[in-house]
Design a protein around this ligand. Sequence first.
Ligand code: ADP
Ligand code: GLC
Length: 498
Amino acid sequence: MRVLQVASEAAPFAKTGGLADVAGSLPAALERIGCDCTLIMPAYRQVFEAGIPIEKTELVFDVPVGQRHLRAEIFRSTLPGSNVPVYFVGNEACFGRPTLYGGGHDYPDNAERFILFSRAAMELAGRLEKPFDVLHGHDWQAGLIPAYRRLLYQAWPMLAHAVTVQTIHNMAYQGTFWHWDMLLTGIDWKYFNWKQMECHGQLNFLKTGLVFADAITTVSPTYAREITEAPGGCGLEGVVASRAEVLSGIVNGIDTTVWDPQSDPLIPRHYHAADTSSGKDAARIALAARLGHPAPDPRPLVSFVGRLAEQKGVDLLVEMIARVAANGRAHFVILGTGDPGHEEALRRLAATYPGTVDVVIGFDELLAHLIQAASDIVLMPSRFEPCGLSQLYAFRYGAIPVVRATGGLVDTVVDATPESLANGTASGFVFESYNAVALEQALTRALDAHADAATWQRLVTSVMQQDWSWDTSGRNYLELYTQVLARSQAEPTFEPET
Ligand code: ADP
Ligand code: GLC
């Protein structure tokens, strides 16, 4: 089966969050189980700075974007640790910028940038040597792919028989633009209607993907249920619910060639489930040095690594730490970047509690790995969480997550109760209500468990032995592709409604 993945970011080439981790590892996982997989992403400036050889190809073509033709220069590399070809859509004016999507605000021409990207992906796929069976797009940036496949590229031999899959990694980012941007898509105005590409008067890329795709997936079964209703659906719950029969939730895997304390080149000493202490101690010493402390703090290390966005519960985090920092039970380390208000609140917290709260504002891959290895407890007080990868990395690195019961966190973390601790299924501390007191109570439970060394060691050993690699999730995607292909062969050609 020949599968094309289209994503706006993929590790290790360019990353702002978990989408990059998934797009950078799913193709290799699919290759391992027999798929012929190709990845297409934009040629951002970051791609050329990632330290991986990238070559320029002979492929250069013009892509119609509204009245203009924008040049797409195609670069090529291989996904590290695999044979998966990666093609990069280059256009210096669109992608040679300091950040992927904009700074504090989105770039004003993001519609144009991702129309160019997705249309160039179709043009490129149509020029490659063999036809594709599946076009799999991720998030709003690839939301036009299913519509392009049906409406503009249905006669291209390399694309004519391909089915489309749209994956939602986050319903809160939909790619909504003013209606005149519809003219840039090259798609007929008649599709700008409430049943297809329009939403509250705006052009909506994600909705377009949801309406035109042959199958829709999201990154956990619980999130798949949550997005069929408000508030989870972020206004698109009706659209999602109307396509419930083609919607499924597949929990993300983790890339164990990148995230594994037994081989991670970004941590000072490797370790495994049978003996964590020397490796975790070495990580703490390195982390303390990095944070400017003479020696590691002997108290339990509680961390948060993530985008400083409303989704992540940063307001709860700040409020809870302000309540408990003075009680002296834990040391907090926070790494993140995002909303300037959250950044400022965290900086203030660090200034108020020096020696107890460390805050690093920025994006730092090495530090993210070091923090996971050094941590005892990882906080994820998310307002919503489609899947979440940090809790899965925490398991692997022998840190115990404290999470809110939402989305993929429900599907991956089992609350530690006397029963679950006794039968060995416990894997974290879960709280329900979105408030700082509930978070504090869950953290207190975790710290109490930590104080009992035997209980804690059993918990750590058991989470480290869990398997969240791509083996299962990759097979689930392959099964889904097989079903969608079988369905499309059995059913008459879809006629888009207007
Ligand atoms: P999301 O995709 O919503 O951001 P996930 O938990 O799925 O959340 O994935 C987050 C990924 O981004 C993880 O690999 C995490 O380590 C990484 N990450 C987030 N913020 C930072 C940061 N400031 N520095 C380094 N890595 C980060
Ligand atoms: C999104 C979600 C996160 C998920 C990631 C990868 O950014 O916020 O929960 O793990 O995508 O699917």
